[in-house]
Design a protein around this ligand. Structure first.
Ligand SMILES: [Cu+2]
Length: 181
């Protein structure tokens, strides 16, 4: 009797482990929520800014509740003061939805070159006045990011409105139309 109970327990445990493995494979294998901007540039600012700075951002939505991101840039003409995720379509300036560095409880921004990583959770989502995102509305921000309607913006002392901008999208090419070219 004792032996049989042990065997049943072992089978149940093995099944549970297999299910867990399948579940984590499903998450890792799908790469859903893989969002990026591969070519941040001053030209994408509105109006355009002439800068030799370049940058990238990669972001990923985890469990529908956390955005993980890594922002990298180099060659800024002056010191970065802050970087944000803004909410707007390509070619339009929109409000700040969340901090990436330089405030809002996020790490300091690298001065003119470097990388910064962090996470955005509901408590980091800011009210975007007049654009339908209220403080804490994580799902609204995540949906806008997945649809290609947010951009990363790096502000510097020389260009307070932003020196580097890149539209965030699944393709990451920057034009926000959702394809790769
Ligand atoms: Cu900004």
């Amino acid at each position: 009797m004792r032996k049989r109970t042990g065997l049943v327990l072992a089978v149940v445990l093995a099944g549970a482990l297999a299910l867990t493995a399948l579940a984590s494979y499903g998450v890792a294998g799908s790469y859903k929520g893989n969002l990026k901007s591969k070519r941040m540039s001053g030209y994408l600012e509105v109006p355009s800014v002439s800068s030799s700075g370049r940058g990238t951002i990669e972001a990923r939505i985890r469990n529908g509740s956390t955005i993980e991101y890594k922002l990298s840039y180099s060659g800024l003409s002056s010191t970065a003061s802050a970087a944000h995720v803004h909410f707007a379509q390509p070619g339009v300036n929109g409000g700040i939805a969340a901090f990436l560095c330089g405030g809002g409880g996020k790490p300091a921004c690298p001065a003119t070159s470097g990388s910064v990583s962090g996470t955005i959770v509901a408590g980091d989502v800011l009210t975007v006045a007049g654009q339908g995102i209220s403080a804490g509305e994580f799902a609204e921000l995540a949906a806008a990011m997945k649809a290609g309607f947010t951009y990363a913006n790096v502000h510097t002392s020389g260009f307070a409105g932003g020196e580097l901008r890149g539209q965030i999208s699944p393709s990451g090419n920057g034009d926000g139309d959702g394809d790769d070219d």
